[in-house]
Design a protein around this ligand. Structure first.
Ligand code: 5GP
Ligand code: ZN
Length: 115
């Protein structure tokens, strides 16, 4: 997607603080961190949101949740005390970037319900 900021980050056309990369996924520090650890985990391919996922993406989603997020949580030191994974979706969900991303937040106590 030509005008997608996260596609550009995935393709290194825009700099970011990368913390993880493989063939399918990149993870980088959020520009405006909401917690001591705040990383965005995204597929390299453009997917607009959770709603745009298809059965063909099941391996990708599994990879993100089974492999990438647990590994990152351990490496970033938030696995033991706990963390939060968030996928804001659509307008009322608070999604501001139209490329699927999972917020990985940790390093402080989280409140529930979120605002
Ligand atoms: P959303 O609001 O869509 O759930 O999350 C988008 C996130 O992307 C926000 O937390 C915002 O701070 C972050 N963000 C937006 N633009 C950039 C950018 O250019 N670089 C980085 N690293 N984060 C960004
Ligand atoms: Zn994109």
């Amino acid at each position: 997607m030509a005008d997608c900021i996260f596609c550009k980050i995935a393709q290194k056309e825009i700099p970011s603080q990368l913390v993880y990369e493989d063939e399918q996924v990149v993870a980088f520090r959020d520009l405006e961190p909401q917690a001591p650890v705040h990383v965005l985990v995204i597929p390299k391919k453009h997917v607009a949101s959770v709603l745009a996922l298809t059965a063909e993406d099941s391996g990708l989603v599994s990879h993100i949740f089974v492999d990438v997020i647990p590994q990152l949580a351990r490496e970033l030191g938030i696995a033991e005390k706990g963390f939060r994974v968030v996928a804001n979706t659509g307008e009322e969900g608070g999604q501001s970037v139209g490329h699927l991303h999972f917020h990985l937040l940790g390093g402080r106590s989280m409140q529930w319900p979120p605002g």
